[in-house]
Every structure is written in structure tokens, then in C-alpha cells.
Design a protein around this ligand. Structure first.
Ligand code: FAD
Length: 487
């Protein structure tokens, strides 16, 4: 069988098609609210379709268990019966990893959503995987701590989902990746075995650090049901400035200076090109653009610390010097919390704005800083040569670049009026070859999922890919977890 959505991919005949016996079994262990059965495909479209509306599966069954034991029973049964399973968190992933390709059963963690414990002395939070990131953050904020990760999808994505994708986000520059801040996990293995390592230890050198295997595994070798994470003290003072620069070289100069002069209070350094802000403007209709004129590049700098006067003085002296030297040509600093949130919107609105014309091809890559923006120029040139860019009826609106400069991470978004094969052929493998030629990574933070499953070889060696496959075969011998994706 092939899918009408993916004519090149074949349904794996090893996987069983769901029968009424299977359904009866699930109904015998789960309550009515935990079983969503789609008679009309539309019923389950929220679960079948991804955030970009680019990938769409045809699952007719979503299970939303309320306990870890039920997750275990489901997986144990699916493993015995060879029923393929897609783990799903908030379904905000951007590489088609969270939705089925064919008729895989969707196991949603949405009902596993309790905060288990927060220790205000150590700052360690233990929670179910299905807790929404914003709720986890609000919970610890009440006790003067903060989740060490923040991203635009925080109102929908799950703590387990961000761990499963090893999401990077806006605070990585300051607090590092989840590989460092996650202290322990509870995971249900494909055979139903529950592995509990919800540790509270920052230091534990007793052999392999097994939790790392699941951080960024994208639901391919186990289902994360619990997370133990080290939160960080909530800063008492925040500042945000929005600056204009005239070239990408100047973006880099400002970055070096910001690191040196703002040092310990620098918490975010984001860049946006002019086209990304024009797109954001189309969504932020009533909002006044922060600066008077348009410029080729903009930078958003966030500082956070424990002493407002100290931080203000540091930021002021930094801004004075970069403006006097002419590296920064214009800029504003938020005067209160509302202005601060408004400035952040010009960065956070870009993903939504990029797809508002009909769709978006998203590439999230790591590149050496000096080469970061050259990919956007090269992509625009390639799309122009192919005659695909321009006003309607041309299918491509344009390629834009923005991202976490501090982490060497570029988001290349190609805004389109429709998804079509011609655009895809112009972009892939072109983008991946470009990244590989600069020794970058084809996925800085979104993962590989379905979109990039054929391109792992641009960033991992054959030996590394072999080890990944060996691990998968060992822990998931029936390959029931998230099939058709990158492993
Ligand atoms: P889903 O989308 O449901 O799933 C993602 C993958 O993880 C899938 O492969 C799924 O099978 C697996 N999975 C989910 N939950 C579990 C679990 N409990 N156990 C095992 N596997 C699981 N990412 C960044 O890194 N940085 C950003 O700045 C960023 N910004 C974003 C902004 C927007 C507006 C959006 C829509 C997305 C953004 N993302 C960003 C993408 C990011 O990967 C996701 O938002 C988030 O990490 C996924 O969490 P989720 O709960 O929605 O997982």
C-alpha cells in the first residue's frame, strides 16, 4: 500500500491493521475519555496533521492514557501484536515526526499532565511528560525559578516533547541544552517495560548516561513519561533591546561585543533579516514597527540578571559604544514589561508569519557563524534561477533568515503559496549539500523526523548511523515506535 499523501513511501506490511479485537482490548484497559476513535477522518485531524499542515496521516485511533502503567500496557500489547505507534506531545514539531504516515496508532501524552514535585531548595522539577511547557514554567516561576528553556510554541508543546526533540529555543545561549539540564527520565520501552531514572543528582558517573539516549530521540526508542529537570533561578531584572545593523558582518561584530561586555547577563541574542520582519508586520498589523526606518538586519538582545541598576548600566554602556562606532545604526530599549513583550513579538511571530501565505519549507541548520547568512542568499538565488519566486501566481514568496546567532543556528524559512514538488526539488538536497559543504548540521534543533529522514548522512558518518540503527534494533526489535521516520 502507498499513501495518497506520500506516493514514494510504502506501508510496512509487517504492521498489523487494527481490528475490533484490538479496539476492545484498548477499551478494556482505558476509560472512554482516553480513547478517541475516528470514524470520519476529520474527527482526528488535529492529531493526524502537523503544525505546518504539511504532513498528514490517516490514523483512526488516538489513545490518551492517564497513567504510566496504562502507557506500559498499551506498548506491551502493540509490541506483541506488531501495531505501529506514533508518540505525540503537543504536536508542534516542525519535521513531521509527531504525526502518522499511514494508519499508525497515535499515543498522545496529553492526559499525563501532572506536576509531580518541585523542590524549592535544589530547583529540581519532576513532572509528567504531558505537562505543557508554559504550565511547567508558570509553576516554578511562582517559587522564583524558571524553566531553562523557552520557545515560541510554549503554550502547546509538552515538557516530554521538548525533551524528545532536544529543543533548543531562546535560552540555550545562557543555560545550555537539555542534555545538561535534564537530570532524569522515566521511559516506557517498546516492550512495555518501565525504566525509572527520575534522578535528582547533578553528578552521577556510574557508567553510561542512559537518559541521553532518549533526549532528542524523537520517539523512536521509548516513550518519555516523566522528566526531572534542573530549573534556574528566576532573574529579577530583564532588559530587551531591538537594534538595526547594516550587514551580517556587523551582526557578528555586535555578537562578539555583547558576549564580552554583557557577559553573564546576556540571555538571548537573536537576529532577523528585513524580509522576516516584513512578514511579521503582515501578522502584527496593529503594532508599530519598533524603529523608524527599514534596515537589512535586526538584532534582539535580552539581558537578565539579579540587579536592575547594574544590568541597565551595563546595557547602556554597551549600546553607547556600539552606536558610537556605527556598528549599530539604530535601536530601542524596552521601557517596561509591555514594551519588552512587544519587542519579543517581532521575533516570535516569524514562524507563524512565514506560513501565513499558504505554507513554509523550514530548514533549521547549524553553520559556522561567518557562513550563517550565506545560505539564505544562496537559496534565494537558486529559487530565482528556477523562476519560482515573485508575486502570485509564482509559488514562492521568498526565503528569509533568522535565528539564534549565539548558538550558530539559522532558521531558513521559505514562505510559499502552496507546497509543490518543483519547489521541494529546488530546495532539497541543495540546502543539505550547502550545509554539509560548510561542515554544519542539517538539524540544529528541530530534529530529523519524516522531513529529513533521508538526509541524516549529511551530518552523521556511516559508523554513527550504524550505531543508531543497532540501538534501535536492540530496544525496538519489532520497529513499532515511530516508523517511517529517521531511523
Ligand atoms: P511533538 O511535536 O508532539 O513531537 C515531536 C517529536 O517528539 C515526535 O517525533 C514525537 O513522536 C516525539 N515525542 C513527543 N512527545 C514524546 C514523548 N513523551 N516521548 C517520546 N517521544 C515523544 N524548536 C526548537 O528547538 N527551538 C525553537 O525555538 C522552536 N520554536 C518553535 C516555535 C513554534 C511556533 C513552533 C510551532 C515550534 C517550535 N519549535 C522549536 C519546534 C519544537 O521541536 C517543538 O515545539 C517541541 O520541541 C515539540 O514538542 P511537542 O510536545 O509539541 O512534541
Amino acid at each position: 500500500l502507498t499513501s495518497e499523501n506520500y506516493p514514494d513511501v510504502k506501508r510496512d506490511p509487517r504492521f498489523k491493521k487494527l481490528t475490533s479485537d484490538d479496539l476492545n482490548y484498548f477499551k478494556s484497559i482505558l476509560s472512554e475519555q482516553e480513547v478517541l476513535q475516528g470514524n470520519e477522518l476529520e474527527d482526528l485531524s488535529f492529531y493526524n496533521e502537523d503544525w505546518m499542515r504539511k504532513y498528514k496521516g490517516q490514523s483512526k485511533l488516538v489513545l490518551r492514557p492517564k497513567t504510566v502503567e496504562k502507557v506500559s500496557l498499551i506498548l506491551n500489547y502493540c509490541n506483541d501484536e506488531k501495531i505501529a505507534v506514533v508518540p505525540q506531545g503537543g504536536n508542534t514539531g516542525l519535521v513531521g515526526g509527531s504525526v502518522p504516515i499511514f494508519d499508525e496508532l497515535i499515543l498522545s501524552l496529553a492526559n499525563l499532565n501532572k506536576i509531580r514535585r518541585f523542590d524549592p531548595v535544589s530547583g529540581i522539577l519532576k513532572c509528567d511528560a504531558g505537562v505543557i511547557l508554559e504550565n511547567a514554567n508558570n509553576h516554578v516561576m511562582e517559587q522564583n525559578y524558571m524553566f531553562p528553556l523557552d520557545l515560541g510554541a510554549k503554550g502547546s508543546c509538552h515538557v516530554g516533547g521538548v525533551v524528545a526533540t532536544n529543543a533548543g529555543g531562546l535560552r540555550l545561549l545562557r543555560y545550555g541544552s537539555l542534555h545538561g539540564s535534564v537530570l532524569g527520565l522515566e521511559v516506557v520501552m517498546p516492550n512495555g517495560q518501565i525504566v525509572n531514572s527520575m534522578h535528582s543528582m547533578r553528578k552521577d558517573n556510574t557508567g553510561y548516561d542512559l537518559k541521553q539516549l532518549f533526549i532528542g530521540s524523537e520517539g523512536t526508542i521509548g516513550i518519555i513519561t516523566g522528566v526531572s529537570v534542573l530549573t534556574v533561578p528566576k532573574p529579577k531584572a530583564f532588559n530587551v533591546s531591538y537594534l538595526a545593523v547594516e550587514s551580517f558582518e556587523d551582526v557578528q561584530k555586535v555578537f562578539v561585543r555583547a558576549r564580552q561586555e554583557l557577559s553573564e547577563i546576556l540571555s538571548a541574542f537573536e537576529f532577523m533579516d528585513s524580509k522576516s520582519q516584513i512578514l511579521a508586520k503582515s501578522q502584527l498589523k496593529d503594532a508599530a514597527f519598533p524603529l523608524e526606518d527599514e534596515h537589512p538586519f535586526y538584532i534582539l538582545i535580552e539581558t537578565s540578571g539579579s540587579n536592575k541598576d547594574h544590568d541597565d548600566a551595563k546595557l547602556e554602556s554597551f549600546l553607547e559604544s556600539v552606536m558610537e562606532e556605527g556598528v549599530v545604526t539604530d535601536g530601542v530599549v524596552a521601557q517596561d514589561e509591555t514594551e519588552l513583550q512587544n519587542l519579543w513579538k517581532w521575533r516570535e511571530m516569524i514562524p507563524e508569519a512565514s506560513q501565513a501565505n499558504g505554507g513554509v519549507y523550514k530548514y533549521d541548520v547549524s553553520l559556522p557563524l561567518k557562513d550563517l547568512y550565506s545560505l539564505v542568499d544562496a537559496t534565494n538565488a537558486r529559487l530565482s534561477e528556477a523562476g519560482l519566486v515573485g508575486d502570485s501566481p509564482k509559488p514562492v514568496v521568498g526565503a528569509i533568515g533568522y535565528g539564534h546567532v549565539g548558538d550558530g543556528n539559522l532558521h531558513l524559512n521559505v514562505a510559499v503559496r502552496e507546497y509543490n514538488k518543483e519547489i521541494e526539488k529546488a530546495l532539497e538536497p541543495f540546502v543539505y549539500e550547502f550545509v554539509s559543504s560548510k561542515h554544519g548540521s542539517v538539524s540544529a534543533e528541530h530534529g530529523l523526523g519524516f522531513q529529513k529522514k533521508n538526509y541524516i548522512g549529511y551530518s552523521k558518518s556511516p559508523e554513527e548511523i550504524r550505531m543508531i540503527k543497532d540501538l534501535k534494533a536492540h530496544y525496538d526489535p519489532n520497529a513499532i515506535l515511530n516508523p517511517y521516520k529517521y531511523v
